[in-house]
Design a protein around this ligand. Structure first.
Ligand SMILES: [Zn+2]
Length: 203
């Protein structure tokens, strides 16, 4: 209801998809710390030169660091022959260390997730728009074009925006007590059978 009133007052809200890839948001991932269950951050190793291309972000050595408990872990891309095997994005786990993303929340029977606050903002700009335009680019690489259908439905606009507001709020917090109930191992995946009973992860 608030949504409808807002539309009348402000007119249609436009969003034009400029084709930015999910990789663009993979420079900084908020994850559940394997040490304390609080918020840790996964970034390209800070002692290395900045990447020249966005896709390099999937291959560069990474560091997981937790400000709460001081845990630090390193990740290096697997080598197959002369090639490096990069991380694959698009799931609600961090693709480098396999940690649950810190920004996860249940939403209309699914799990809404994001890597960081800028990612949440980009999603909210799209979901909140009542006029959505596609730019002149291949939709295969666009983060927006590849969103699941349930996030794009008009009738889901209000609950998805509410979920994104929850994620924005979670991004501000870091203690284990603030962790989302959805941010636990396998919490972001549909489970046809319960395969997570035997987990060695504390969180
Ligand atoms: Zn920690």
């Amino acid at each position: 209801m608030g949504d409808e009133r807002g539309e009348r007052a402000e007119g249609p809200r436009r969003h034009r998809d400029l084709g930015g890839a999910l990789t663009a948001f993979a420079d900084r991932l908020l994850v559940v710390c394997p040490g304390c269950g609080g918020r840790a951050v996964v970034v390209p190793r800070p002692d290395l030169p900045a990447p020249r291309y966005g896709s390099e972000l999937l291959f560069m050595p990474r560091r997981l660091a937790c400000g709460g408990c001081g845990l630090v872990r390193e990740w290096n891309a697997e080598r197959k022959g002369t090639a490096l095997v990069g991380a694959v994005l698009g799931e609600s786990d961090d693709p480098f260390f396999g940690r649950p993303l810190w920004l996860r929340t249940p939403c209309v029977g699914h799990v809404l997730w994001a890597y960081n606050a800028a990612h949440v903002e980009a999603l909210a700009a799209y979901v909140g728009a009542t006029m959505r335009e596609r730019g002149p680019f291949s939709p295969t690489s666009s983060m927006i074009a590849r969103l699941p259908e349930w996030m794009k439905r008009g009738r889901h606009r209000a609950p998805v925006l509410a979920g994104l507001a929850t994620l924005a709020e979670l991004a501000e917090h870091s203690s284990p007590a603030d962790r989302s109930p959805a941010a636990h191992p396998d919490g972001g995946r549909p489970r046809p059978h319960d395969a997570r009973l035997f987990t060695s992860e504390p969180w």
